[in-house]
Design a protein around this ligand. Structure first.
Ligand code: CP
Ligand code: NVA
Length: 312
């Protein structure tokens, strides 16, 4: 008997826009329905009842680890968590064999991967859904949480202008993936050395996305509705000294925020490095959505998981 292909959640650009919209609508509804509830209390419909999510971490994590665990509990399901260094993966077992074995034991898998290629290889043989919990190339769960936070504060993101300032990294790539689907304009201000991924930009251009790349941070944020920063040194980067020096002119501070719209908000996926990519004044100020973005990791991922498990 042939089995339906598992619903993997690897990158926003690979999902149908209507599925992404349905995931976002489900996240908003689930969040609204549990205002004032204890964080560990399951949603009444328990869409993951009897289901187990395995999580594998090849890199450090605070938000992704705790939010997926909390999300699965709120959906009425269970989790098993491991670091890759505790697994036979670290002693040379292939990612494909790991996928074959976990497919027999759990109902879905989340991996935080050093290499995006590992996600693709796992997904190619896994018979259960795989969720990208961040790779060197993208961080799709984060951007759904960010859009949820933006829209809660400012209304629809469609037609708005978001300005990314700093390293054109994995998180920047996922904003590029999201721009054509959610209909926002994206400006990216990065030094040439740390420019955003050309393949991501070309794909977005084919989809008529409104994306402008510049090396000038002031041009990047001019009149923007939202300014976004992320660490200058991502996990796995080995050139920290050069990055800190090259990216120094790209700090988001009060002077740069003053070039955006007067009511512009600030977003950061965290962890933050106050005094590097952002000042404490901006991160901890009233226009910062960073803490809402972090909380929304739970709400967005519940709906990603519900979609993966066929409940949406
Ligand atoms: N933003 C984010 O993914 O945080 P963690 O690295 O703590 O999971
Ligand atoms: N760009 C960062 C995001 C961390 C959540 C990294 O990959 O380390």
């Amino acid at each position: 008997m042939s089995q339906a292909a598992p619903r993997h959640f690897l990158d926003l650009w690979r999902l149908e826009p209507h599925d992404l919209k349905a995931i976002m609508a489900d996240a908003r509804a689930r969040k609204a329905a549990r205002v004032g509830w204890p964080k560990g209390k399951p949603d009444p419909d328990r869409p993951a009842e009897g289901r187990t999510l395995a999580m594998i971490f090849q890199k450090n994590s605070t938000r992704t680890r705790f939010s997926f665990d909390a999300a699965m509990r709120q959906l009425g399901g269970d989790v098993i968590i491991s670091t890759a260094s505790d697994m036979q993966l670290d002693r040379g077992e292939t990612i494909e064999d790991t996928a074959r074995v976990l497919s027999r034991m759990v109902d879905a898998v989340m991996i935080r991967a050093n290499s995006h290629d590992d996600l693709e290889r796992f997904a190619a043989v896994s018979t259960v859904p795989l969720v990208n919990g961040l790779s060197n190339r993208s961080h799709p769960c984060q951007i759904l949480a960010d859009i949820l936070a933006y829209e809660e504060r400012c209304g629809s993101i469609e037609g708005k202008t978001l300005a990314w300032v700093g390293d054109g990294n994995n998180v920047c790539s996922t904003f590029i993936h999201a721009a054509p689907v959610f209909g926002f304009s994206l400006r990216i201000a990065s030094p040439a050395k740390y420019a955003p991924d050309g393949t991501d930009l070309a794909r977005a251009a084919e989809l008529q996305a409104r994306i402008h790349v510049t090396e000038d941070p002031i041009e990047g944020v001019a009149g923007a509705d939202c300014v976004i920063a992320d660490t200058w040194v991502s996990m796995g980067d080995t050139d920290a000294e050069d990055r800190l020096a090259t990216l120094a002119p790209y700090q988001v501070n009060a002077a740069l925020m003053a070039r955006a719209k007067p009511d512009a908000v600030f977003m950061h996926d965290l962890p933050a490095h106050r005094g590097e990519e952002v000042t404490g004044e901006v991160l901890d100020g009233p226009r910062s959505l960073a803490w809402d973005e972090a909380e929304n990791r739970i709400h967005a991922q519940k709906s990603v998981l519900a979609w993966c498990l066929g409940a949406i």
